[in-house]
Design a protein around this ligand. Sequence first.
Ligand SMILES: Cc1cc2nc3c(=O)[nH]c(=O)nc-3n(C[C@H](O)[C@H](O)[C@H](O)COP(=O)(O)OP(=O)(O)OC[C@H]3O[C@@H](n4cnc5c(N)ncnc54)[C@H](O)[C@@H]3O)c2cc1C
Length: 399
Amino acid sequence: MLSPVGGVIADELRGQVREFLAARDPAAADRLGFLRARFDAGLAWVHYPAGLGGQGISRALQPVVDAEFAAAGAPTNKPERNGIGLGMAAPTIAASGSGEQQKRWLRPLWTGEEIWCQLFSEPGAGSDLAGLATRAVADGDTWVVTGQKVWTSSAHLARWALLLARTNPDLPKHQGITYFALDMTTPGVEVRPLRQLTGEAEFNEVFLSGVVIPDADRIGGVGAGWQVATATLMNERVSIGGAALPREGGMIGAAVASWRAHPQRRTAGLHDRMLRLWADAEIARLAGVRLRQQLAAGYPGPEGSAAKLVFARLNQEISEFDVELSGAEGLRYDDWTMRRPEGANFYGRGPGYRFLRSTGNSIEGGTSEILRNIVAERVLGLPPENRVDKDVPWKDLPR
Ligand SMILES: Cc1cc2nc3c(=O)[nH]c(=O)nc-3n(C[C@H](O)[C@H](O)[C@H](O)COP(=O)(O)OP(=O)(O)OC[C@H]3O[C@@H](n4cnc5c(N)ncnc54)[C@H](O)[C@@H]3O)c2cc1C
């Protein structure tokens, strides 16, 4: 709930949006021109600084602005197409990018003109991300990058990528990594689709062969990539597991709709599970509200890992319930056509699709096992995992 001061600011913001809309009829305006003007007016993401799409005010006020634009039927920036850009690249650039980088990247990112992807995982480095082998070698004021990335969601749509590469193999593995933004149109970048369990290819493998990156596109210091990446990963977990949903939104919404539509399929056992899943989903939603309030007050903490963990568990349990509730119909898969979807849609299509897609939820953005380790160590303060390779130079590690 907004404080009296927050209430005054909320009224002011509503006034700003109405003034903005009075000057531009959303039905008649050019979509891109409208979105660019909204960014320039500081009405894109209000918690970002002035000049970068915001006004430096509390993130908790964003829904006020979004509701006004939605009520007027204004065009959106189609956030589902640029989940990695909005949820991960933008906060990373805002926290660690130079002023020039922020000016160059944030506006087209927010308007959706430039999609971002994440070149972190490699065939030999997923959970143990700091073991990554892609090399970036300095060459004057550029870097030459060679390596292979995998599971890169939306690489086929992306203009830019968040890239982690090893710049010094003689240092312990966490210290020799540097963070870059990579222009995906650079020669030497090859994107190949990877088809997944659902039949679709949301993600890709990406081969980097002698790709030249200007040093101006390095984010953070040389060798400081791990610290920058930690912030990206914390934002990733919040963006996957802590999204704002209405009551009965997300996976539980589909199951509840099916439950209400087919009373003949109910049994006492299913009734009991429906009630427990509904209550769990509501608790997770309310915990998400609290997480976003904490976020509004500062930096995302390890609590985002708990939200992402619960999100994956519930999506899998609820979609399994939904398949069972659908009887024989639930086993019929609607369409196995190879598609390249425009972003991930966990809640789309039929129960079979939702069930299969939910299996990825406990892998993407950090596996549930890894997140349990983080919750144990950094939230509950339990003793850490015994990592023997912490101080060994990367090149001396068994590979
Ligand atoms: C749908 C989807 C989209 C993705 N999108 C992207 C993307 O856009 N960009 C990107 O960079 N990556 C992406 N990924 C990759 C994802 O981040 C990795 O798959 C994930 O980090 C796990 O790494 P891995 O697959 O190498 O598994 P591994 O790390 O090899 O893990 C294998 C198994 O061992 C377990 N394990 C590993 N270490 C430990 C430990 N210390 N303690 C306990 N258990 C452990 C894991 O939990 C897992 O069950 C995506 C993955 C999926 C499924």
